[in-house]
Design a protein around this ligand. Structure first.
Ligand code: NAD
Ligand code: UFG
Length: 344
């Protein structure tokens, strides 16, 4: 049994599908502050399997202890957290409370219940402005927002914990830019309000919910002047969590922690695409035109970053398989069949 915190969210729901398909039993622990229980009904529909749901908040240690005991979980995948960069600048205490305190309470509960295998959702945002590209895991860590710093603080806590207790098996996964949806079109990204991120905004323009995309700056030192990112298909990302669990299990079976600490890897494709590349690919996938207007740069944005995904391949045998075409096609399938997300 795997306990999945934040399992009703965008990446969590896709990971639950892959866990169930691989034969794991799954208990989701979520407070639904940024998700809809309908996502979990859809996960069951896709897989034809049942999962357990416990509604609760990660800052509630007693609820986590009860969930770990009730589920008899052997490992935790920890997605629960807040993720909007701009919001974290406006409300830093809320972000530190939810993300850092929520993770501390989870680790205390895991220690109490002797559950010592954890996969944690970190982010490429921990690197900050790149000194060198592609970004390797050894790149200096210098996040530029409270959100990013909350992820870095958690990473440090996890490293300290693993150092103090070698029986903890911890994987830190640094996601690049997750996009796309399950090929069934039944689950996908369902942002509340105006989407901050590029692909959900483009999707809403394509489906007619918004008029035009604001391209935040076309004067960056990139081939077409727009920002470049390493977009990764959410299904590839979900599969990365299964590979991380496997790698942690293998290290446990070998009675040796060959990672000398936490298994920390980038999950990206190694390829960068510009905003305009994404728009053009989405136009092809949706057969709709996406009106764009050039707007001033968004404060805090970085011109270009992409991963060196080599370590994830070397240590876990994981590699992204799906390209930009599949990312756009699956996003469009989800968006066009669920124009208002789970409320459609
Ligand atoms: P999401 O908002 O869709 O999912 C997060 C889930 O956690 C939601 O279901 C929410 O209700 C739940 N949650 C939040 N705070 C909680 C709490 N205190 N207790 C219980 N449940 C809580 O986000 P996502 O895109 O699926 O991201 C999952 C994780 O990956 C997050 O930790 C996020 O920071 C990280 N991440 C996301 C991205 C991205 O671009 N989507 C990139 C890098 C890292
Ligand atoms: N962009 C636009 N218009 C929009 C939205 C985005 O032009 O309406 C541009 C941005 O300027 C950037 C690119 O599209 O050049 C990607 O922007 P996103 O907001 O989709 O993604 P970011 O790289 O800014 O950040 C995301 C998450 C972070 C996470 C990071 C790496 O929001 O939390 O990916 O994982 F840390």
């Amino acid at each position: 049994m795997i306990l999945v915190t934040g399992g009703a969210g965008y990446i969590g729901s896709h990971t639950c599908v892959e866990l169930l398909n691989a034969g794991f039993n799954v208990t989701v622990f979520d407070n639904f502050c940024n998700s809809n229980p309908e996502a979990l009904a859809r996960v069951e529909q896709i897989t034809g399997k049942k999962l357990e749901l416990i509604q609760g908040d990660c800052r509630d240690r007693a609820a986590l202890v009860a969930a770990l005991k009730q589920s008899q979980a052997i490992a935790v995948i920890h997605f629960a957290g807040l993720k909007a960069v701009g919001e974290s600048v406006e409300q830093p205490l809320w972000y530190y409370d939810n993300n850092v305190v929520g993770t501390l309470r989870l680790l205390e509960a895991m220690q109490e219940c002797s559950v010592k295998t954890l996969v944690f959702s970190s982010s490429a945002t921990v690197y900050g402005d790149p000194v060198q590209l592609p970004l390797t895991e050894n790149h200096p860590l210098s996040p530029t927002s409270p959100y990013g710093r909350s992820k870095l603080m958690i990473e440090e806590i996890l490293r300290d914990l693993q150092h103090s207790d070698h029986s903890f098996r911890i994987s830190i996964l640094r996601y690049f830019n997750p996009v796309g949806a399950h090929p069934s079109g039944l689950i996908g990204e369902d942002p509340q309000g105006v989407p901050n991120n590029l692909m959900p905004f483009v999707a809403q323009v394509a489906v007619g919910r918004r008029e035009a995309l604001n391209v935040w700056g076309n004067d960056y030192p990139t081939p077409d002047g727009t920002g470049v990112r390493d977009y990764i298909h959410v299904v590839d990302l979900a599969l990365g969590h299964l590979k991380a669990l496997e790698a942690l299990k293998a290290s446990q079976d070998a009675q040796a922690n060959k990672y000398a600490g936490c298994l920390t890897v980038n999950l990206g494709t190694g390829r960068g695409y510009s905003v305009l590349d994404v728009v053009h690919a989405y136009e092809q996938a949706s057969k709709r035109s996406i009106p764009c207007q050039i707007a001033p740069r968004r404060s805090g944005d970085i011109a270009c970053f992409y991963a060196d995904p080599g370590r994830a391949f070397e240590l876990m045998g994981w590699q992204a398989k799906l390209g930009l075409e599949e990312m756009c096609a699956s996003s469009w399938h989800w968006q066009s069949t669920n124009p208002k997300g789970y409320q459609s």
